[in-house]
Ligand binder design. Structure first.
Ligand code: SF4
Length: 266
């Protein structure tokens, strides 16, 4: 089992500290100790602020919370996959079915998933892509691309994840673009993207991490005393096609991959 890197006092700091006992423990401090011991989960405190919880997860994710949560999440998705009618779902999500497998085009590459949720690809496997792909296939609702672009915080549930999205996705990508002026335009070629000229920015490009999850990256280079600016927009259909957590996972995985590409290009 992975050992927690946080202590009861670290947990206590993000609790409401009302000692209301809704978690069936005598106090918030007892609850904090129970979290560290593993006998309670954060969801057992109904009044816990989601944003505080999200920041806490981000701070202590390595090697504690995130790995455990991610493994549990993947396991749940793989089980869900067994009950999906692949032939019915495929046309709704822009995928194709062959026998007991479903193929999804992601960033210009084909990813094949079987009934057990195992993934293979024509390129080397990118592990972080598996959970968002499974989440996309097993999602309960599907919508077509609208052509209307919205910000991350406008996606359902986006407000709670905005802080983490800015610090893990937009800000590191902005810095990457500042330090590697050709990176964003290279992404268009590398990942079958599309450069667009209708958005007022130095560089604007559309990528398709999943067929019905288009994202628009807009970058304004630094000028005189003005810092550069980078914003990622999403088609309005994303709210229907993928859970906000998976959209975040997808984007943070992408940015980490772009960072590795930038390293190789130096
Ligand atoms: S439910 Fe939350 S706020 Fe209430 S005592 Fe438990 S930890 Fe504290």
């Amino acid at each position: 089992m992975t050992k927690n890197t946080f202590k009861p006092l670290d947990v206590y700091k993000i609790l409401p500290q009302s000692n209301c006992q809704k978690c069936l423990l005598p106090s918030c401090l007892a609850f904090a100790a129970a979290i560290v011991a593993g006998s309670k989960k954060f969801k057992d405190c109904p009044d816990l602020d989601h944003e505080a919880m999200t920041s806490f997860s981000a701070k202590y994710q390595s090697p504690g919370l995130k790995e455990v949560n991610q493994a549990e999440f993947l396991d749940k998705l793989q089980k869900k996959m067994a009950g999906i009618d692949l032939a019915a779902v495929a046309p709704l999500i822009g995928a194709t079915v062959k026998g007991e497998t479903i193929t999804i085009h992601s960033l210009g590459k084909d990813f094949v998933l079987n009934r057990q949720g195992d993934m293979s690809s024509e390129c080397h496997i990118i592990p972080w892509v598996q959970a968002p792909l499974l989440s996309y296939i097993t999602h309960q609702s599907h919508a077509d691309i609208t052509g209307r672009w919205i910000s991350f915080r406008e996606i359902k549930g986006g407000i709670e994840w905005q802080g983490l999205f800015t610090s893990r996705c937009e800000e590191p990508l902005r810095q990457l673009a500042d330090n590697n002026p050709d990176l964003l335009t290279d992404l268009v070629t590398l990942f079958a993207g599309k450069a667009v000229d209708w958005y007022e920015a130095d560089i604007a490009l559309i990528l398709y991490p999943l067929p019905k999850i288009p994202m628009l990256i807009c970058y304004q280079a630094p000028e005189d005393d003005l810092q550069s600016k980078l914003t990622i927009f999403f088609d309005a259909c994303c709210s229907t096609n993928l859970h906000i957590k998976s959209i975040f996972t997808l984007c943070s995985g992408l940015v980490q991959m772009f960072a590795k590409i930038a390293e190789h290009h130096r």
